[in-house]
Design a protein around this ligand. Sequence first.
Ligand SMILES: N[C@@H](CCC(=O)N[C@@H](CS)C(=O)NCC(=O)O)C(=O)O
Length: 218
Amino acid sequence: MINIYGFPLSSPTNKVLYVINYLDVPYEYHHINLALGDNHKPEYLKINPYAKIPAINDGDFNLAESNAITRYLASKYNSELYPQDIKKRAIIDQWLDYASQHIMIPFSKIMFNTYFYKLAKLAPDERSLQDGYTFLSKNLPIVEFKLSEYTYIAGNELSLADFAMLASMDTAELSKVDLSVYPCITAWRDKLKGQSFYLKCHNSYTESFHTIMQKIDI
Ligand SMILES: N[C@@H](CCC(=O)N[C@@H](CS)C(=O)NCC(=O)O)C(=O)O
């Protein structure tokens, strides 16, 4: 049984959950409460010594980094989400990196400076907030162009890159980034969000966010 350690407001965690639910293999989810510092407890540091979530444990094997985890899961279960062909893999890897570096990070800048720093009683950084919006205004059109030519992020087949990109964009509504100006992204996203792998995780990130924020002890 695969153990997944994560936190529901973490986009990298949701990426892993989307993939494992799509693969439809059994797993056990362990809530690592970042607000209480569960990620720094000795038992978790045995799973991931650098204290970040998500991570997985599969028997005597531990692994962190959401992209590495999804590659491992797809490879373990021989999934076409990460095919054997090295050129197809390389293109998927390219878009996994693009989603992490050029979409998830700018959205994180917005989320931290709009919501999470306030929780930690830290002052927002206006420059970092604006960088988030500026980078997305440059980087989202690249994704829109790709989806105007192809059905999915890495080509005409669904791949790990779609799950990474989907999770990276989950905070769009809370971030007040209007994705409706990108019709191909919107149609692709709506199609994936209606699928069972997504609905098994949540109805939407926004709904989870509001539910969790209402609880003091997250
Ligand atoms: N590149 C990593 C990012 C992991 C990461 O930054 N996780 C955050 C939550 S989204 C975390 O563990 N933060 C806790 C901390 O820094 O103490 C991945 O894709 O898994």
